[in-house]
Structure formats: C-alpha cells, structure tokens
Design a protein around this ligand. Structure first.
Ligand code: USQ
Length: 381
C-alpha cells in the first residue's frame, strides 16, 4: 500500500514508518521538526541525539535496503499538504502530526494556542486533502485514552448506547479530558466524525494510552535508528521517565497518591495496532474507534515494578510521592474495554520483569547523557 506517515520524526512516527517500509509498503513520511524545535526552546534533550530525517533514511536504507521518502514541511500549510497528496495519492494516512504533550499544552497561553492551531488545523487539512485527492483513502488517526478521562463507569470502545425516556440511540462515548492537549484530541474526533457523516470518509481513531519502550525490530538492527526518547517532564511518558530516573538514582516521581490508573502499551504494540488497523480497513462512511492499550496499571504499580527490577540490577531505586502538579483524580475507577484490536489479531507484548530489565540495560548505555535538570520542571495546572 501507499502509506503516508504524518509526524514521521516523532517517538511513534519514525518506528511506524520503518516497520511498514520493512514489510514492503511504499512509505512517505512528513514532518516539520516541531517537537525538536519545542524541545530545544525548553532546553530539553532526548536521551541520545537523533540524526535528522535524511540521515535516518540513509541509515535505514544501508541496514535494510528499503526506502522511505521524506518531505519536510508544515501540514498547516495547505499548499504544502495538497502538493504531497497530489503527488503521492496515498491509500492510507497515519496521522501522528500533533503537539503530543499534555504538560506542554498547559505551559502558557502561547503553548495552548500553538497546540490548538497545530492539532486542529492539521486534522482539518488532512480531511480536505483526502477528500480532494484520495477520497477512498483510510485515515488512521492517533487519538488518546485521555479523551474519555477517568469516568466512574466502564469505558466502551468509542460509542455508548443510551436509553432515554424509552428511546434508544448510539453516541460517541462521553469525553472529558484532563488537559488542553487531550481536549484537542476530542476536537479531532469530532471533526473526523462530522466529515465521516458528511462525506463518507473511512477513519480509524485509535484511543491510545501512554506508550513505553525504545526497541522495535528495526531499531534493534542499529541504535542510530532508535526513536526519539524523552524522559523530561514535558515530552516523557511516565514509565519511560521512571526507567531513566532509576538509572541515575533519582527518586521516582510519583505524582500525589499514585493511584492514577491508565492503559499502557509497549511501543512494539503501537506498531502492531497501526498495522492491523491498516490491514483491516473499516469501509467507507465509517468511523471505527478502538482503545489501544494492552494492560492497566496505577502509577504506584509502575514505580514498584521498576524498583523491583532495578534493585536486582544494583540500582537501589527509591520512590518519592511528590505534590501532584496536575489536576487529576488520584484514586478512581478505571475499566476500559479493549477487545477491538485483539479481535483483529493483536498479540500483546506485556510489561514483564524481563522487558523492564532490557529497557534499563539500553538506558544504562546512555546514562552519561541524562540531564537531571529536565526531569522535573513543575508545570502546574
Ligand atoms: N505521572 C506521574 N509521574 C510522572 C509522570 C506522570 O505520576 O513523573 C502520572 C501522571 O500524573 C498521569 C500518568 O502518570 O496520571 C500518565 O502520565 P503521562 O505523562 O505518562 O501521560 P499523559 O500526560 O496522559 O500523556 C501521554 C502522552 C500522550 C498520550 C497519553 C495517553 O504524552 O500523547 O495521549 O499519554 S493517556 O494518558 O491515556 O491519555
């Protein structure tokens, strides 16, 4: 298939592009280095330096003999995105091209406006580009479990049937996000659902939980192919942060009581979920929503698991409950359904002592690069 990966420089975009190219698809990747620019402005560096996209593509070609075509530009710019679609006419669009950080989106008015403008406009441009150049193409959009928040009822996969005054209807599951970033994802879903109804587009919206890990089949071939790996407060996700903290003896930063429960998945499973969605399109006129997670943990459970494995490796891991910089429930009910991707054939890579050990080993290799100062910035909301 002809696959367009939007946001190809990111933590998930680059491994996705390599995975699909390696499996024989024709892959084009687009990025404007937004995340690298924002990180630089905030004095945040990833765990190891990442070659630019042209260089990454050259290394990938040397290692696998497979090609990825890169175009650098801003998808908010209509003439740029329309020229890409006009030339490539993709069968599938994998849309990661968003400002992905909740803390960043809560940093300032400017950061809020940047997040809103980027995320909503890129999604709208993708919709219009598909309509104009590839009306039957399948849009795979990375949403987030954070769209649902933490309701006191079971979380369904996208939809809820409601009986009201004796009549029945099916609606999008109620959404109530905990950050402005997560709110933009709700807005994306609404935009996509509107145009699915108006223009019979076909869309898969993947409600993903926090992802962890760094090794995928391709990045294992050559460390220069590793994804951007952040452990800072802005772009790092919780388990990745804990692993880095464990390696340098920084007490694990559990926010508040640590009962916050989320649905997690290994980076390898993100690739599998996206590929399975691609191989099983929903059909024109459908918005299919699947919850993309493999298991749930509280923050306390994650910290305990990292401590248990770290201690066997002589790391002497400590856990610290610090005042929660976020406004969120710290003890709550959480029961999300996640059968859609399993039914498509997903075989999860669960979090085990062995997988934690492997991730710690890789991080230890880069230990000297870790900047303590970016671990906690206290971005409050
Ligand atoms: N947390 C800690 N200590 C830390 C960092 C986080 O206790 O040092 C807690 C947070 O308060 C939160 C939970 O861990 O309760 C998850 O936080 P996170 O930073 O790993 O994840 P989040 O900000 O929600 O965002 C990440 C990705 C985002 C994706 C989302 C999925 O950055 O792109 O959409 O995970 S979800 O969380 O399900 O909405």
């Amino acid at each position: 298939m002809k696959v367009l990966v939007l946001g190809v420089d990111g933590y998930l975009g680059w491994p996705t592009a390599m995975d699909l190219a390696n499996k024989g698809h024709e892959v084009w990747g687009i990025d404007n280095y937004l995340r690298r620019d924002l990180s630089r402005n905030l004095d945040i560096e990833p765990l190891y330096s990442i070659p630019n996209l042209s260089e990454r593509v050259r290394i990938f070609k040397d290692v696998t003999n497979k090609e990825i075509t890169i175009r650098i530009g801003d998808l908010v710019n209509w003439s740029f995105i329309s020229s890409i679609f006009h030339e490539f006419k993709p069968d599938v669009i994998i849309h990661y091209a968003e400002q992905p950080s909740a803390p960043y989106s809560m940093l300032s008015r400017e950061a809020t406006i940047l997040t809103l403008n980027n995320n909503i406009q890129v999604t709208a441009n993708v919709i219009f580009a598909v309509r104009q150049y590839s009306p039957e193409a399948h849009i795979i959009k990375l949403g987030t479990m954070g769209e649902y928040g933490t309701p006191n009822i079971d979380i369904e996969e996208g939809w809820l049937e409601i009986v009201h005054n004796g009549r029945k209807g099916k609606f999008l599951f109620p959404r109530q996000a905990g950050s402005l970033y997560h709110t933009t994802k709700i807005m994306d879903t609404d935009l996509l659902w509107f145009y699915v109804r108006m223009w019979d587009m076909q869309v898969t919206d993947l409600m993903q939980g926090p992802v962890y890990g760094l090794l995928t089949d391709e990045s294992m071939l050559d460390h220069r192919l590793l994804p951007i790996f952040n452990y800072d407060e802005v772009f790092g996700t919780v388990l990745n942060r804990f692993l880095v903290q464990a390696v340098i003896g920084y007490p694990l930063t559990v926010y508040g009581k640590g009962g916050q429960t989320r649905g997690y998945l290994n980076i390898k499973d993100t690739l599998n979920c996206v590929r399975l969605s691609m191989e099983n399109p929903p059909g024109l006129g459908k918005l299919r929503i699947m919850n993309q997670l493999t298991e749930t943990f509280t923050v306390n459970q994650l910290a305990e698991m990292v401590k248990a494995v770290g201690d066997t490796m002589g790391l002497n891991v400590r856990i610290n409950h610090i005042e929660n910089p976020r406004k969120e429930a710290e003890e709550h009910y959480y029961n999300p359904k996640h059968t859609g991707l399993l039914e498509l054939g997903l075989e999860p890579n669960f979090l085990t002592n062995e997988s934690i050990h492997k991730m710690l080993d890789t991080i230890i290799y880069y230990k000297d690069n870790i900047q303590k100062s970016s671990i906690f910035r206290n971005i409050k909301w």
